[in-house]
Design a protein around this ligand. Sequence first.
Ligand code: HEM
Length: 439
Amino acid sequence: MVLDTGFAAARYAVLILGSYYLLVIGHRILLHPLRRYPGPLVAKFTDWYGGFHALSMHLHLTTYQDHKKYGRVMKHGPNRLVFNSVQALQDIYSNERTTKSHIYLLTVQANGIDSIFNAVDRKRHASKRRLVGRAVTKRAMRMFGPIMHEQIDVFACKRLGLDIVGHLAFGFALDTQTDPTYRFIIDGIAMGNYRANSFMQLPFLKNGAGGDTTATALSALFFYPSHNPVAYRQVSEEVRGTFTHAAEIQGGPMLSDCRYLRAYIDATLRMSSPISGTLWRELAKDEEAKGPLIVDRHVIPRGTQVGVNIYTLHHNEDYFPEPFDFRSERWLVEDSSELQTMHAAFATFSAGARGCAGKPMAYLESSLVAAKTLWYFDFQTAPGDVTGVGIRGKMDGRGRREEYQLRDVFSAAHDGPYVVFRPRGDACKELGVRMSQSQ
Ligand code: HEM
């Protein structure tokens, strides 16, 4: 008798819950203000669509494929619209009326204190941004410069040094210059040191976007030249022709004048943007009374989150013809309108008040690592290594061999590449001297 009553109550509860969900689904598909927007059916009534693909770490690829199917603007969640145009990029991110979506509040740490990254209130964010702005001024970067140089030299030197130290420490040859097996040790040491050092200098990075993004950018920088011999040759000739010795390689006009180097960094960041997802924004609460948000000529209903998917925009053929070709030379065209279009669609650092606060530092760091490495070494992908490479025939967007594969976990995760470095002439001797002087 007790069992029967319990069973009936459970059935009743399932019935009520089922009817509730059916009503919600029906409303979201048939009556919701965004109902006329195309998009995957499941995404029309639940955030689980995005959730599932985020858990699978390929939401950037899914979003790209969905745009191909549903067009320039689509529904990607019950209250979410994602756009694929430069106009939308400007209307959403370079717009004083928008702020980060309330979902950023979910990333606030347990102590309840928000950071520059997840402060949603515009005034609160503005005061944090002013503070961070001081930390990444040109002067602060000049002060940080020696630490950055030292760490980059350590990075360049370690592969050679570790083979010697390996004999002493482990009693056997690590052979990192010829065998990829133990190279993870070097990367671990270099990145670990580098990150610890950076966090000590710039504590706000711990909660922000700086550390992982840079690691991804540097890995991609090593991936693409190995797969694009012409770009590699152009950049290495430029670096070796511009500087007369390594000490000259520092932030300043000589480095900024390296056009091929900058083109190769931009080409890398376009192809495999370290943040490749959709950065959700919404109309700030105190703007709601002043009229709706307009994005790419669409009047956005209140409560809607909007965004542009960086990976998709970077592979939009209206802005980047043959979008999956690396082609660093596309950034060197003489036609200024073509160049303007590409710059307008280049969103790796996002834009507006919430755009990357560390952009100059990211460029400086990437340029120094690339230039110094090319000064001291020749390098190529380790023979037979396919880490980070797409697998031909895969239909989930990971079938392109020439594209460095990222896993979309907000700031992207990545594997490889494993690269073999060969010391270049006498340049490496200079590195040994610099290292011993700094110890
Ligand atoms: C290639 C390297 C980098 C890329 C691609 C990158 C990209 C981005 C992007 C897309 C955002 C916006 C995130 C969002 O809207 O949620 C962002 C924000 C931010 N980045 Fe970077 N970043 C890089 C390196 C750095 C570095 C080196 C620093 C520090 C020196 C830094 C500091 C920040 C900070 C503090 C924010 C939050 C800005 C705010 O909300 O006002 N980033 N970054």
